[in-house]
Write a protein of this length. Structure first.
Length: 333
């Protein structure tokens, strides 16, 4: 083979090699461009996608709540988010100890993006602990919203569902309860799922209350407990001091969905007329047939006749049954 032929073959081979490399490079470049086109999404587009997903969940029966409760100079501001239908009315209520409701009950409508803002104020002279409730009840909504959730709220689901009593029976509501020990103190609370865990023996006629003194201040005695009572059962507590007739050292509350409860009772030890004089005393917790709901009647009977267990008491005059637990209180010397 002469030199011209060899040279010609070499040049042709080189051309073929360069052409192949160029094709691979072009293919790789096109592939990368295609990847960029399919994965590169602007922040605005991602935000719009999130909004669309969020909007799809508005109106779910599994209701969510989140946000913060800010208390500053006795003014309460709630900035929250929910998947309740836009236009739903949400209320805020202050439940003082001994069952009273303080202040007004302002409301806010859920916006299109699920946000809502509530604002209210404590009375200037109020400085006691309280329970703050954020509430949605289907029966007090516009027709469209009431129809979606039903008047009784039977379609409502999730951790924020509670029972409440109406003239026709028990309804469901969405409710978040925050306990505020000192409303005069500036503070911020998070709205979080309560994660109620119902006891396996809830509704058993052998009732247990298991109270304990969680905290004792100069002004109040705070009692908490874990019972197996059905949700909404009415519990009362009153103070009994040997050698004294006292009134007003009481509280009443309805138990939570998991049977837990919190009672707030004025501390008699620091009262001017009793300070330094009273002996050790007791706080009596009672569950009676009065002021109870339909689910109580189903579990324990209209007259509480199904009550059983070591804490059962029977009135010698009329035969009424009740559950009573005595919590001893030691006076601090």
């Amino acid at each position: 083979m002469n030199r011209k032929v060899i040279h010609t073959l070499f040049v042709m081979g080189l051309i073929l090699l360069l052409t192949a490399c160029g094709g691979d490079e072009q293919s790789s470049t096109e592939e990368n461009n295609n990847k960029e086109e399919t994965t590169d999404e602007s922040p605005d587009q991602q935000s719009d996608d999130n909004k669309d997903t969020k909007k799809e969940k508005q109106g779910d029966y599994e209701v969510t709540l989140s946000g913060e409760i800010e208390i500053e100079k006795k003014t309460i501001t709630v900035n929250g988010e929910t998947n309740l239908l836009p236009g739903s009315d949400i209320y805020i209520l202050g439940h003082a100890f001994q069952g009273a409701i303080i202040g007004s009950s302002p409301k806010a409508q859920v916006a299109e993006d699920g946000s809502f803002t509530l604002k209210t104020k404590f009375p200037d002279d109020y400085d006691a602990p309280l329970r703050l409730e954020i509430r949605f009840t289907p029966e007090f909504q516009d027709d469209q919203i009431e129809e979606h959730y039903t008047k009784t709220g039977e379609k409502l689901k999730g951790d924020f569902v509670r029972l409440h009593k109406e003239s026709e029976g028990l309804y469901k509501k969405i409710s978040y309860m925050a306990y505020i020990e000192d409303p005069t103190k500036n503070q911020t609370l998070k709205i979080e799922s309560p994660n109620f865990e119902k006891p396996s023996d809830q509704g058993d006629p052998k009732v247990r209350l298991e109270p304990k003194v969680e905290k004792k201040t100069d002004d109040y005695i705070i009692i908490t407990g874990k019972s197996n009572l059905v949700e909404g059962t009415h519990i009362e507590a009153y103070t009994e001091i040997p050698g004294y007739m006292v009134r007003g050292y009481t509280d009443k509350v309805r138990v939570e969905p998991d049977g837990s409860y919190r009672l707030i009772i004025p501390n008699p030890e620091q009262q001017k007329e009793l300070k330094g004089k009273i002996p050790d005393y007791q706080i009596n917790l009672q569950v009676k047939k009065y002021s109870q709901w339909d689910n109580f009647v189903e579990a324990y009977g209209k007259e509480a006749e199904h009550f059983q267990g070591p804490h059962l008491k029977e009135n010698s005059h009329n035969g009424d049954k009740s559950i009573e637990v005595v919590l001893p209180i030691k006076v601090e010397k």
